[in-house]
Design a binder for this molecule. Structure first.
Ligand SMILES: [Zn+2]
Length: 281
């Protein structure tokens, strides 16, 4: 019998922002990292942001998969909050290959441009992001393998940003969804700022559903929520509610308040503020 493939998730703390949002202290959404491991190898999907978070993640991997070699780190999309931990992970596992689609690598490089890196990421988290940064390498194929198990890279277009992907592991019916799916966290529409981009996001959810997964792991999730297929539907409902709210509200504040009232359990309502700032600039 082939060795069983297993998966574990690590959910980061909420990293405090160095700037205020709406005149109040704020923190980033929790970030999910997924470890899929076989007999003696493992694949990690996505990393957290800060040096401290990444050190915690490394310790966790050592506990969860002791003596297993990290073969790949797959990065689902270009936003820095999903790959700034790479250099520290590569120091700990020098043989690991950090991989992503060519479009994700291009997007990652844009995140390192001085405007984005210095004026956005370092303003939010001064002194906490490892430097120098090096994005993942461009993987030329739409799949890779570990111990005979196939990992499929599925490009799903614009969701909470452009050129996003999900990782599908058919042997365990698992989809690691990156930011295509959110787990009870307010969703980021700062870039999905037109109805047509939000339609594309809805189509991406249909694509995940068509794979008939048993487990769907959200890139940002409330610790404790189960990674069930209901995450597809709740993410869809949130997009539809946002679409409706953009129409029926007259100001960013009203939009912010309506989304909070509709989804009171979701963490990080300040993500909506980031949306309205983008939408109305
Ligand atoms: Zn993200």
């Amino acid at each position: 019998m082939a060795p069983i493939l297993k998966a574990d998730i690590w959910v980061s703390s909420r990293l405090p922002l160095a700037i205020q949002r709406a005149g109040k202290p704020s923190a980033f959404s929790p970030i999910t990292c997924t470890l899929i491991h076989g007999e003696s190898n493992a694949v990690l999907v996505d990393t957290p942001i800060s040096i401290g978070q990444t050190e915690e993640l490394i310790k966790w991997i050592e506990d969860v998969a002791p003596n297993k070699g990290l073969k790949y780190i797959y990065i689902t999309h270009g936003h820095g909050d999903h790959w700034f931990g790479l250099p520290l992970l590569q120091k700990r596992w020098p043989d690991v290959r950090a991989i992503a689609t060519p479009a994700t690598v291009a997007h990652s490089n844009q995140q390192l441009s001085s405007g984005r890196f210095n004026d956005f990421w370092l303003k939010l988290f001064p002194g906490q992001i490892y430097q120098p940064q090096q994005p993942a390498e461009a993987w030329p194929s739409s799949s890779f393998e570990m111990e005979g198990h196939e990992f499929q890279i599925i490009e799903v277009g614009h969701t909470d940003t452009h050129d996003t992907t999900v990782l599908y592991v058919p042997d365990i019916h698992l989809v690691v969804a990156g930011d295509v799916v959110y787990g009870d966290i307010h969703q980021f529409f700062g870039e999905a700022n037109t109805p047509s981009k939000r339609q594309e996001w809805l189509r991406a959810l249909d694509t995940i559903e068509s794979l008939n997964p048993h487990t769907v792991i959200a890139g940002h999730k409330r610790p404790g929520t189960v990674d069930g297929i209901f995450n597809i539907q709740t993410t869809r409902e949130y997009i539809l509610a946002f679409e409706e709210s953009v129409k029926v509200t007259g100001s960013p504040t009203e939009l912010y308040e309506r989304m909070q009232a509709l989804f009171p359990t979701r963490l990080n309502p300040h993500a909506i503020l980031a949306d309205v700032l983008y939408l109305h600039r």
